[in-house]
Ligand binder design. Structure first.
Ligand code: GLN
Length: 240
């Protein structure tokens, strides 16, 4: 089996090393003897095709870059929506998360989103920056990361990725962070999200493999001492 990972616009959206998440998924597959092919779709490319893609990743970027990407992705709105509704795995971080919603309202303009999630984002006065810890009901590990966003995202009835134990989360007030919808994981957590959260990474990989092979029995464990230590360090350091 080979898993195909598509990294969308790494030339524009790659803040804080979002690319490391791709490497993490590739390695965790490889360590289980599963091949992974990583392809990119950049500003220079044409021929957008999700038909044989197993995981789509889209990272974060500045408002300027996000606007360019949004504009371009609107051309592929239906393909992305169909992929998501067909249980395609999509991981979206920060700017990538915001653009899945209805719109991102800035002071002087509103950027139209892909309207794949029933959410919207409005720019707030101060940026929400710092370490963040989430608890969740579907992993045996807390999710840790770093957030840096001006936007506040309002997720309505969607299921969040987790409850905020420490940090700001979606909108500073609701106490929740991110969205999980079908096989979409959308979050403000930047940088080494998956390296520090091996349980989340394996959840994403499992969803991708199961979609391809419904008889798949589950990923075997890996020696995750260092990864778990990194995760636990943040959990212990940043408590309520
Ligand atoms: N431009 C968005 C914001 O500041 C996202 C930034 C990012 O991806 N870090 O809210």
């Amino acid at each position: 089996m080979k898993i195909k990972i598509l990294h969308l616009y790494p030339d524009l959206l790659n803040l804080y090393g979002d690319r490391g998440n791709i490497e993490c998924m590739r390695k965790r597959l490889m360590w289980r003897g599963i091949d992974a092919e990583v392809v990119t779709y950049t500003c220079e490319d044409s021929g957008f095709d999700l038909s044989d893609v197993d995981i789509v990743f889209i990272g974060g970027g500045s408002d300027r870059e996000q606007k360019i990407v949004c504009h371009r992705l609107l051309e592929h709105k239906d393909e992305i929506r169909n992929y998501v509704e067909d249980n395609g795995v999509l991981v979206a971080v920060c700017g990538g998360y915001q653009l899945l919603g209805k719109y991102y309202k800035l002071e002087n303009e509103t950027i139209e989103g892909l309207d794949i999630l029933n959410i919207y984002t409005e720019q707030g006065k101060k940026r929400l920056i710092g370490n963040i810890v989430l608890e969740n009901d579907f992993l045996n590990q807390k999710i840790v990361g770093f957030e840096n966003h001006g936007g506040r995202t309002y997720i309505g009835n969607h299921t969040p990725l987790g409850r905020v134990v420490y940090g700001y989360g979606n909108d500073e007030k609701s106490g929740v962070e991110g969205v999980v919808y079908k096989n979409v994981v959308a979050t403000y957590l930047h940088g080494p999200l998956l390296p520090k959260n091996p349980a989340l990474c394996d959840y994403i990989l499992t969803n991708a493999i199961k979609r391809k092979n419904p008889d798949f029995k589950g990923l075997g464990g890996l020696e995750d001492t260092l990864e778990d230590m990194a995760n636990q360090y943040i959990v212990n350091r940043f408590k309520k």
